[in-house]
Each structure stands twice: as C-alpha cells, then as structure tokens.
Ligand binder design. Structure first.
Ligand code: GDP
Length: 301
C-alpha cells in the first residue's frame, strides 16, 4: 500500500493524537475523532455516522484501554462501507454464467478512466482471461488514441470506429465481437461530459440498451471512475453521476500523492456503492483491489 502513504501519514498523525493516552471514550475523544475524520476528508455526514456508531457501541467513560480503543475505531469505520455482493472481482474472475462479462466504464474526463481500463485489462489478462476493449468515447480523438496505446501495451484487441461515430454502434460491435471470439471480458470506455446531463443520460442509456440487444443481462458492471485527489469534489461528482445513470461499483484513482484518501470512506458510505478498485499510480500495476478492512487497517498502521 505504498501509494497511500500521504493519506496514512495525515490520518495516522491525527488519530494517534486522538487516542494517545486515552482509555475511555469520553467527550474529548469523540470531539477530536470527529475533527480528525473531517480533516482527513471523510466528510461530515459519514463522520457523524461513525461517531454515532462508536457512541452506541461504547458506553461513555467506560474503560476500554488504548489499543482496544484504536481497534474499535477501525472496526466502526470499516462498518460504514458496503461490501460488493459478488466477490469474484477480487481475483479477476468472471462470475458464473456471465461470459462475456461486460463492464461499462463511466466518469468525467481526466479522472483516469482510460488508465483504469488499461490496468483492469492487464489484470484480467494476467488472470488468464481473454479481454476485448471498446472505444465508445467517440467524441475525443485523444480518448481513442490513448485507449489504443493501452490495448497495445496490454496486448488485447480493441474495437473502434471513426471519430464522431455512434458510441452505441461501437459498444454493439465490441460485444458482438466478444461473443464471436468467445472472449471472457469486455471493457467499454464511454464519454464523460457532465455539462450536458440530459445528453449524457440519453447516451449512456442508449449504450446500455444496445448492449442488451446482444446480451440481455449486460452490462454486468457499470464502473464509475472518480479522482480521489479532488477530495470532496469527487463525492459531489459521484452524486451527480449516480443521479444520471445506475452505477454498480466504484474505482477511485490518484490516491498516490494525495492526503485526501479519506474521501474513499465518504464516497463509499454516502453512495452505498462498493468501491472495488483504487488507483495508486500511472503504471499498469498501480491498481489495487479495495478491501475495506485492509484500507482502514492501513490508515492506522
Ligand atoms: P480519462 O480522461 O478519464 O481517460 O483519464 P486518463 O486515464 O487519461 O488519466 C488522466 C491522467 O491521470 C493521466 O495523466 C494518467 O496517467 C493519470 N492517472 C490515472 N490514474 C492515476 C493514478 O491512480 N495515479 C496517478 N498519479 N495518476 C493517474
């Protein structure tokens, strides 16, 4: 968890101060904890939930001991996050009966969508899966170019069409091609311009409908990519996006080099959508599987 260094340092120093020499949950601990969590970008709503959980669990002024107190905080923080119903993503497995497994990637431009697709493709390939990419962000030439570079880097095929062509047509071609080839995983990039919400909603809706023409229960995953280094703005963006289209999982990028990693807790808690991946760098291997206990654990170490 190298990549989370800055978040850890900032969080840990705050938490350490909160529990130093403390062995009971008193008003001071709760106040300081609240301040530490908000200061670590956990956000006020999620922080209040965590504080309430702790208050409920431990009667005030009851002796618990310093290390117990640390452990208790960790547990209660982890508990405000949702788990993914299907855990097969952890090993880059395809859930039973869902081949090809179709993942639609959504998010605002610049958050790291293309990079995340490259990393995911690499991991699925490493796990022995046949992957195919679809370049359905047909509005930006750079998006198609970047995705092409990633497809070459990873060594997986890509389906694309001319700039400005219909994104739905690209998605359709990609899924059809996957079925024809017997591919395991399909990862489709989409355009992400939030300035025109109605248009975005319509376009993503169309892509989903077109995919369903080939595979009725697809897309199996709609993965929203968010830039964690923007802190609370990432949460706002996520709220806007989930109001536009149904999202089933989250990937939070750029957690390397930021002290705002606490926002992962805010986002996962406020949206009640599981975080599955975190991005901790620009390289192909800089994608981590998110585990709420490990994440919270690492913040305390
Ligand atoms: P897109 O516009 O959403 O497709 O974003 P890109 O994938 O092109 O990424 C935008 C920039 O963010 C690029 O310079 C990436 O190298 C960088 N980037 C993506 N993910 C990460 C990450 O986890 N950490 C860091 N430090 N940079 C990242």
């Amino acid at each position: 968890d190298q990549g989370l260094q800055k978040t850890k340092e900032s969080f840990l120093s705050k938490i350490t101060k909160v529990i130093a020499g403390k062995s009971t949950v008193d008003e001071e601990v709760l106040d300081n904890l609240e301040e530490a969590l908000v200061g670590a970008d956990v956000g006020i709503d999620t922080t209040i939930q965590i504080i309430k959980r702790i208050e409920k669990r431990v009667a005030k002024d009851k002796y618990v001991g310093t290390s117990e107190l640390g452990k208790l905080l960790q547990e209660e923080i982890a508990e405000v996050l949702v788990d993914a119903p299907d855990q097969s993503y952890r090993n880059f497995d395809v859930p039973a009966g869902k081949k090809p497994y179709v993942i639609l990637i959504v998010g605002v431009n610049g958050v790291g969508k293309t990079t995340t697709i490259g990393k995911l493709a690499h991991n699925y390939k490493k796990a022995g899966k046949e992957v195919i990419l679809g370049a359905a962000d047909t509005f930006r030439a750079a998006a198609v170019d970047q995705l092409t570079i990633w497809s070459e880097r990873v060594g997986v095929p890509i389906v694309k069409q001319a700039m400005g062509s219909d994104p739905g047509a690209v998605a359709f071609d990609t899924v059809q091609s996957a079925v024809a080839k017997g591919s395991d995983v399909v990862i489709i990039d989409t355009a992400g311009r939030l300035h025109n919400k109605a248009h975005l909603m319509e376009e993503l809706g169309k892509i989903k409908r077109v995919i369903k023409k080939v595979i009725p229960d697809a897309p199996h995953e709609v993965l929203l990519v968010l830039d964690g280094s923007t802190g609370q703005n990432a949460l706002e963006q996520a709220k806007q996006f989930t109001a536009t289209t149904e999202v089933s999982a989250l990937a939070i990028t750029k957690l390397d080099g930021t002290a705002k990693g606490g926002v992962v807790l805010a986002i996962a808690n406020q949206l009640q959508i599981p975080v599955k991946y975190i991005g901790v760098g620009e390289k192909i291997d800089d994608l981590l599987i998110f585990d709420k206990h490990e994440f919270v654990d690492s913040l305390f170490k």
